[in-house]
Design a protein around this ligand. Structure first.
Ligand code: AMP
Ligand code: MN
Ligand code: MN
Length: 332
């Protein structure tokens, strides 16, 4: 694959050089992505993992969840053979790299391993990244962490074949909302072109990511839409709904199957902000927020202990739905 000159982002040259030095010198590399991984987190990690293993390095990859389980819709990603349960992860990695992780908490149980790593390379595109690594490759202008993962592989001189490209493309296409979000730049499309040139199958990737689910999903989606509330009088205009654990249990639907419902809710013309509260298997509420631009939801979610991007952010709540919504409304 050609390595076109990239627009240089805010990652300084000396940091890229240092990353190349560290990775080149390592025999063993431990990779991690954020808990409840999305395609950008898991895809970036597996892409780098496959390329490094092909170089003969020992690679382990994981995410720090007690109930370690790859979301069903990401099981098509190549490179899953690199995954180990967090319990089998190196306790004190020589070189650990994190993908799409803005704050150390999002490493879950692997935060402890990161704390003991000799070198910790953070690869991320969240503006809110706290710089918790010994080396931080963070570019908030990058459409996805996959953009930085590709750049790292190019700088390492590693080939990007179809399997690696599939993982990077899944991250890029997801985080740009299928090239609909404001992150859809010439740079993002140029990257897509390079990845497509490897022969990956964009139709199959799109179907796996967005166009399939068990029948029970229709019932849960119906329940969520049925209880959606529009509050035009709340600040910028708010639409919100929730999905309980009971909704999912009744349909035998795992938590990650309901991640996409926010994309239906956020269509609402009358609302600038869309919110969905999803009860996970531990009974905690995972709150997803989306903004059309007037409200910085990353700021709102950060105030509630979470984070994310200006137009897509989230937090975890242990309070009942109505109380969580009250705190949220107060910040809008
Ligand atoms: P989601 O709504 O799960 O698609 O997440 C949208 C954005 O918010 C992503 O960039 C996540 O990294 C971030 N995010 C979601 N949940 C949390 C959380 N509990 N804490 C911090 N950031 C979160
Ligand atoms: Mn992510
Ligand atoms: Mn991302």
């Amino acid at each position: 694959m050609t390595s076109d000159p990239r627009e240089s982002g805010p990652v300084p040259e000396r940091d890229w050089d240092r990353a190349v030095e560290l990775v080149s010198a390592a025999d063993e590399v431990a990779l991690a992505c954020h808990i409840s991984p999305d395609a950008d987190a898991l895809g970036s990690m597996l892409a780098v993992g496959m390329a490094l293993r092909a170089e003969g390095k020992r690679v382990t990859a994981s995410f720090g969840e007690r109930r370690f389980r790859v979301p069903r819709l990401l099981r098509f990603l190549p490179g899953q053979e690199l995954l180990v349960e967090p319990g089998a992860y190196p306790a004190m990695p020589e070189l650990m790299m994190t993908f799409d992780v803005p704050i150390v908490d999002r490493l879950g149980t692997l935060a402890a391993n990161a704390g003991k790593a000799r070198e910790l390379v953070v690869v991320d595109h969240h503006a809110s990244n706290t710089g918790f690594g010994t080396l931080n490759l963070v570019d908030p202008e990058a459409a996805a962490t996959a953009v930085l993962a590709e750049e790292l592989l190019v700088r390492l001189g590693l080939p990007i074949g179809r399997r690696v490209a599939t993982c990077l493309y899944a991250g890029l296409v997801t985080d740009t909302g299928s090239f609909r979000h404001s992150s859809t730049t010439p740079r993002a499309h140029a990257m897509a072109a390079r990845l497509l040139a490897t022969g990956l199958n964009p139709e199959e990737i799109a179907r796996e990511l967005w166009d399939r689910s068990p029948f029970g999903y229709l019932q849960v989606l119906g329940a969520a839409l049925d209880r959606a509330v529009l509050e035009p009088s709340t600040g910028p205009g708010l639409v919100w709904t929730f999905v309980t654990r009971q909704d999912r249990v009744a349909q035998d639907l795992p938590y990650d199957e309901v991640e996409g419902i926010i994309d239906v809710v956020r269509r609402t013309d009358e609302a600038d902000v869309a919110v969905i509260l999803k009860e996970d298997d531990d009974g905690a509420w995972q709150v997803s927020t989306r903004s059309k631009g007037a409200v910085d939801v990353a700021r709102v979610c950060a105030a509630l202990g979470g984070g994310g991007h200006a137009r897509a952010a989230g937090f975890t709540s242990h309070l009942p739905v109505e109380q969580t919504m009250e705190s949220l409304r107060a910040l809008l």
